[in-house]
Design a protein around this ligand. Structure first.
Ligand code: PEP
Ligand code: MG
Length: 325
C-alpha cells in the first residue's frame, strides 16, 4: 500500500478525464523543500518564512535569508518557489523582538503584511533577499493577511523600488517576480474583483479564512465543530474567489490544510480549483485522489454542492462524489 503510493511520485497529477492539476508543496523547513522535489511537486506553493525567524534569537539579516531562499530555489531545480513574506504576529511566540509583546487579540492584530508595513526595515531586507534569490530560478512573492487594496499597492511599489535598487547595485535578478495575495481575510475574498488586476496570482489560506469567516479561533479545540471548512459560507466564498481569478486568467490555489486532505479533493475540484498547495506528507494521497476523479462529472455536480444547506448536506455530496472503487 505504501509502496503503491510511493510509485505515484513519478506519475502525473491528472484526472481520469485528462485534466492536469498543479500540486504544489507547502514548506516550512529545508527538509520540506527536499521532500517536495522528491515527490514531484509542481513547485513550492507556500514557503513559510517564519521558521527563519522563530528558531533563533534576534532577526535573520538579508544575507542569511538570501542563502535560505536561494537554497530552496536551487533545490527545486527550475520549478516555481512561492515565498511568502513574514507572517508573524503576537500569536506566535518569537524571540526576534519583532512583534509587539502582547496584544489583546493577536489574530486580529498586527500580523502578516500589517507587521511588515509597520517595520519597513525588516520588510525591505526580506524583499531584497527574495529578489536576489530570483536570480537563481523562478520565484514568486506571496503576501499574507491582505485586507485592503492599498496594502497590495504599497507592497507592489516597495517591490519595484527594491528591484531598482538591487539592479543599480549590480545584482542579477529576474525581470519580473510575480506578486500574489493570500486570500485569508473575508474582506479580501469579497473585495477581490476590485484588486485582482493589481496582483499576478492569489492563494487562498483557508486556515485563516475559515477562522475569520466563522468567528472561530483555529487553535481553540473547544470550538472544533464550529471551526468548519465545510460551512456553506466557506464554499460560496471559495467558489467566488476562484471565479473572479479565473475570469481574469490569474492563477488561483488553495494552500490551507483543506488542500492536504484527500477527502476534500472532489469538493475543491468541483469549486473550480486547478491548483492546490499542501504539505508534502499527504501530497501523494491527494495525487492518488485526483487520479481517481472525473472532472467533467464533478463539475456537473457543482450546483448540487452549492445547494447544500449545512455541513451534513456537504458531507452527503462528498459521499456521493467518492470514486466508486
Ligand atoms: C492559511 O491561513 O490557510 C495559511 C495557509 O497560512 P497559515 O496557516 O500559515 O496561517
Ligand atoms: Mg494564514
Amino acid at each position: 500500500e505504501r509502496k503503491q503510493l510511493y510509485r505515484l511520485r513519478r506519475e502525473p497529477t491528472r484526472t481520469l478525464d485528462g485534466t492536469d492539476i498543479l500540486l504544489y508543496a507547502n514548506a516550512e523547513s529545508r527538509e520540506d523543500v527536499a521532500d517536495a522535489h522528491a515527490l514531484g511537486a509542481a513547485g513550492v506553493g507556500l514557503y513559510r518564512t517564519e521558521f527563519l525567524f522563530l528558531q533563533r534569537e534576534g532577526l535573520p539579516d538579508e544575507e542569511e535569508q538570501f542563502l535560505a531562499y536561494r537554497d530552496a530555489v536551487l533545490g527545486m531545480t527550475g520549478r516555481m518557489v512561492t515565498i511568502r513574506t513574514l507572517d508573524l504576529g503576537a500569536d506566535k511566540s518569537d524571540r526576534s523582538g519583532l512583534t509587539l509583546p502582547s496584544e489583546p487579540n493577536p489574530a486580529l492584530g498586527c500580523r502578516g503584511v500589517r507587521l511588515s508595513l509597520a517595520r519597513r526595515d525588516v520588510f525591505v531586507s526580506q524583499l531584497r533577499a527574495i529578489l536576489r534569490a530570483s536570480g537563481y530560478g523562478p520565484v514568486r512573492i506571496l503576501v499574507p493577511m491582505i485586507t485592503h487594496r492599498g496594502e497590495v499597492l504599497e507592497v507592489a511599489a516597495l517591490v519595484r523600488q527594491v528591484a531598482r535598487d538591487l539592479r543599480s547595485e549590480g545584482h542579477e535578478i529576474a525581470g519580473h517576480v510575480p506578486l500574489g495575495a493570500m486570500i485569508e481575510v473575508p474582506a479580501a475574498a469579497i473585495a477581490l474583483p476590485g484588486f485582482i488586476s493589481d496582483v499576478d496570482f492569489v492563494s487562498v489560506g483557508t486556515n485563516d479564512l475559515v477562522q475569520y469567516l466563522l468567528a472561530a479561533d483555529r487553535n481553540n479545540e473547544a470550538l472544533d465543530t464550529l471551526y468548519d471548512p465545510l460551512h456553506p459560507a466557506v464554499l460560496r466564498l471559495l467558489r467566488d474567489v476562484v471565479r473572479t481569478a479565473r475570469a481574469r486568467r490569474k492563477p488561483v490555489a488553495v494552500c490551507g490544510e483543506m488542500a492536504g486532505d484527500p477527502v476534500f479533493t472532489p469538493l475543491l475540484l468541483a469549486l473550480g480549483l486547478g491548483e492546490l498547495s499542501l504539505h508534502p506528507a499527504t501530497l501523494l494521497e491527494v495525487r492518488r485522489a485526483i487520479r481517481g476523479l472525473d472532472l467533467v462529472h464533478l463539475r456537473a455536480r457543482t450546483p448540487a454542492l452549492m445547494r447544500a444547506r449545512d455541513r451534513a448536506g456537504v458531507e452527503r455530496w462528498l459521499e456521493a462524489a467518492r470514486p466508486s472503487a
